[in-house]
Design a protein around this ligand. Structure first.
Ligand code: ADP
Ligand code: MG
Length: 244
């Protein structure tokens, strides 16, 4: 029997700015239900990689496939809004003029009114914000707004979720709970997840696989335990110990 296609596959992705390779031949495969963390120091090219997969940044070369189907290479390109990829970026923004409920249901294209309301209630319950369902973003703290943005991103059950440091604005008291709940929801939905972080601790906690990135390249890839206990070189050792 042939191997199932990865949910998300990127091959030899490259992008330069001003003649400098910021993403330099990056390849990754992520299966449904798998969480891969792109881990590395600030400036190593993590967000640029994610933005190319999302379709908001164009690669110079390389290709992106979803369930085996080409969605982007240098000549063919499915526009971002048709990629059905969930996004949760650091600088999320809620729609200020929409209620919390309407923000969360924004991405729900199909279903009855009652069905959508039920989904919104379920998600707000899980991020512990049900009491704000009829409130507006300006009534919420930054951390609460971020949790609403998470619920909004999860609502349509995307096949792929790209997350760029999504937990960094949350206070410690809430962060672990929200991380765990987010993971549970994504696993239930069999979503393939690419999570960007510069914190080894977050990657160790959340990833099935870590892709360690430096200067635009993936320098090591594997199960968190293996990457942590058998770092590829001195710089990897330094990265893991400095960050702690
Ligand atoms: P990370 O997310 O790992 O911190 P980024 O992907 O945001 O890294 O950025 C990688 C490098 O590319 C940085 O040096 C950044 O300044 C540069 N860069 C990102 N976007 C642009 C752009 N639009 N124009 C020029 N340089 C950019
Ligand atoms: Mg970044």
């Amino acid at each position: 029997m042939s191997q199932p296609h990865p949910r998300l596959e990127i091959r030899n992705l490259r992008r330069s700015f001003d003649g400098r390779a910021v993403v330099d031949d990056v390849s990754l495969k992520i299966m449904p239900g798998q969480v891969t963390c792109l881990l590395g120091p600030s400036g190593c090219g993590k967000s640029t990689t994610l933005r190319m997969i999302a379709g908001v940044e164009m690669q110079d070369s390389g290709e992106i496939r979803v369930d085996g189907n080409l969605i982007c290479d240098t000549v063919f390109r499915v526009p971002p809004e048709r990629r059905e990829i969930g996004l949760m970026f650091q600088d999320f923004a809620l729609f200020p003029h929409l209620s919390v409920a309407d923000n969360v249901s924004f991405g729900l294209k199909s279903g009855t009114r009652a069905g959508k309301r039920e989904r919104v209630e379920e998600l707000l319950e899980r991020v512990d914000l049900l009491r704000f369902i009829d409130g507006y973003p300006h009534q919420l703290s930054g951390g609460e707004q971020q949790r609403v943005a998470l619920a909004r991103a999860l609502a349509p059950r995307p096949r792929i979720m790209l997350m760029d440091e999504p937990f960094s604005g949350l206070d410690n008291r809430l962060r672990d709970g929200i991380r765990d709940e987010t993971l549970t929801i994504l696993k239930e939905q069999d979503t393939a997840v690419l999570l960007v972080t510069h914190e080894p601790e977050e990657a160790m906690r959340m990833a099935d696989e870590i892709a360690l990135m430096r200067d635009g390249k993936i320098v090591q890839q594997g199960a968190p335990y293996n990457v942590y206990t058998r770092p590829v070189d001195r710089a990897a050792v330094a990265f893991f110990s400095d960050a702690n």
